[in-house]
Design a protein around this ligand. Sequence first.
Ligand code: GUN
Length: 300
Amino acid sequence: MTATVIDGKAFAAKVRGQVADHVARLKEAHGITPGLAVVLVGEDPASQVYVRSKGKMTVEVGMKSVEHKLDADTSEEDLLAVVKSLNEDTEIHGILVQLPLPGHLNEDLVINSIDPAKDVDGFHISNVGLLGTGQKSMVPCTPLGCLMMLRDHHGSLSGLNAVVIGRSNIVGKPMAQLLLNDSCTVTIAHSRTKDIQDVVRGADVVVAAVGRPEMVTGEWIKPGATVIDVGINRIDAPEKGEGKTRLVGDCDYDSCAEVAGAITPVPGGVGPMTIACLLANTVTACCRANGLAEPEGLTA
Ligand code: GUN
């Protein structure tokens, strides 16, 4: 079998189009422009690239984009004051504090200081609890993007065996919760799981989010299963020339694609969906804040 390729780049463009339509309607009918604030502390190059990309796409869909760039040695007090001012700003509907934060800052404390209604990352403890009890919440962007692609491919996910590899708070745990809320039978596998290959081989849906390049191979995959690869790993690529690198996922694409029914590539799979879902969450937060109908198909 050769797997259907799930085109995350095209899917993300479609989601951004839906967000842009909704933003235009909010402006026209209600005079409201959704606003997203991103807070970056320090100069981590990967974070800087990510934040720039978020700002550009926020503006492209017609939303207001605000960036707060703070020095690496910013005190916790000063950072909390920035978050407080954004919590109180009625033109801001979504707040994202870029992680990781420098070591002297308490991430949990900072994230939990964000107004849960503006927590477009879905990391606030209130949103984690709401998701865990199947209530309306803000949902973490990467798992939301995976869920959208899975729903689009399968229609209903009810009754499917899903294995999530990885137990991070950002991807693995919320992903498992979303799949459970969609009536999958869910297993979370991780570095201590015994006979992990056998566990994964039982899955109709595999979501790999471990950060280990090409760990999952075709032998692990049940024929016809759907493979969602969240990993983005840079590895050496001597075949491209000395010192060259390439991006790979947590799944060995070629061998998995021979066995799977559908698979997301890296790059061009889950990656583009994350920012698209951040924009979707911002428009959702804006609608909720104003007591207006939420956009359909853009929430969990
Ligand atoms: N750093 C890497 N990914 C993310 C994300 O989705 N949200 C935040 N806040 N920081 C990140």
